[in-house]
Design a protein around this ligand. Structure first.
Ligand code: APR
Length: 327
């Protein structure tokens, strides 16, 4: 008998809740929202409340998806896809290393449970710092690298395309573009490979204008934080759900995702089992990251990529130092 996909979202905060909404509205499968109890208000059950509220959109939005909320990992049993959004956002006064320490602890605990209850799932990590957290999830679950990936590129590319579309006065749908490398500041722009339905953007915009769009995409997260006092959730969720959809519908979409690389783009050449998760173009389908598409970069692109790779390695080095089991 054919079954609906089961998609569990760990962390029912801003991104987790919005991911659940988009997954249900697109009828990608049944959704389980998992979070932890609120220590200060033990009478509350936030994931169950969000799930109930969301489920009641069904008759209006015409979707058939079961949406449930839970504190119990048993409920994610046999999930096809698990999205990990659990973690703290960086707070004022918190150093990068403090954030790594706290979120590594959280993602470690989540991943142990994913391994136990959803051993055949495909895992998409959203928690920050992304390039390090996806590494932790890979190590802790022990899953093949094709079944563990991180969401960053889908969001960065969406921001990049949005700003280009505004600048050009055309539909964002007609922009094709790619960004590689780490998340945000660490992204590697590829304007040479960006087009409007095949027309190179360099034929349509000045180098300064293209560069301004790249820079705005890089700083896109910070721009939202400045405006709202908290980090974004609509676009990060849209990027994540784009990946979920590619997987559950076996679409073979080519989406920039943080995927495990060794030789690819010179990440860790010849270092079997000692690679890193870096944003690269991935074919996403029922098998997870089914293929990484590589191509020859020019000198400038490769230089940016090398810098990005070295930042990812620095982040992972901090994790390995704090958690020697991942060394
Ligand atoms: N298990 C499950 N959920 C947890 C755990 C845990 N061990 N620890 C924290 N959480 C939950 C929190 O209770 C909260 O509901 O994770 C949720 C995080 O939600 P928000 O604080 O709203 O953060 P959000 O904006 O959704 O971002 C989540 O994604 O982009 C990254 O930097 C961001 O790391 C952050 C994550």
């Amino acid at each position: 008998m054919l079954k609906r996909a089961k998609i569990s979202v760990i962390g029912a905060g801003n991104i987790g809740g919005e991911c659940a909404r988009q997954i249900a509205f697109k009828e990608l499968g049944d959704v389980v929202l998992l979070d932890i109890p609120n220590k200060d208000k033990p009478e509350l059950h936030m994931p169950r409340g969000k799930a109930l509220d969301l489920a009641c959109c069904g008759p209006v939005e015409n979707f058939d998806a079961r949406v449930t909320g839970t504190f119990e990992y048993e409920d994610i049993k046999d999930s096809d896809v698990v999205v990990i959004t659990a973690g703290l956002p960086r707070r004022p006064g918190m150093s990068r290393d403090d954030l790594i320490q706290v979120n590594t602890g959280i993602v470690k605990n989540v991943s142990m449970n994913v391994k136990k209850y959803a051993p055949n799932s495909i895992v998409i990590v959203v928690s920050n710092p992304l390039d390090a957290m996806v590494y932790v999830a890979w190590k802790e679950t022990g899953f093949p690298a094709s079944r563990v990936m991180g969401q960053a590129g889908a969001l960065d590319v969406a921001r990049y395309k949005t700003f280009l579309a505004w600048e050009l006065g055309v539909s964002a749908e007609d922009i094709q573009g790619l960004l590689l490398g780490g998340h945000g500041d660490d992204m590697v722009p590829l304007p040479r490979r960006t087009s409007v339905n095949g027309i190179p953007i360099s034929d349509l915009l000045s180098a300064d204008k293209i560069n301004a769009c790249v820079e705005r995409a890089k700083a896109g997260g910070g721009e939202v934080v400045k405006l709202m006092g908290t980090s974004a959730w609509y676009a990060p969720s849209a990027g994540t759900v784009e990946m979920v959809e590619a997987i559950v519908r076996d679409k073979k979409r080519v989406i920039a995702s943080a995927a495990y690389c060794e030789d690819e783009f010179g990440v860790a050449p010849g270092q079997k089992g000692k690679g890193y998760f870096v944003g690269v173009p991935c074919v996403l389908g029922a098998g997870g990251v089914e293929r990484i598409i590589t191509f020859k970069m020019d000198e400038t692109e490769q230089k940016f990529m090398n810098e990005s790779i070295s930042h990812v390695k620095d982040l992972v080095a901090v994790v390995k130092k704090m958690f020697p089991e991942y060394a």
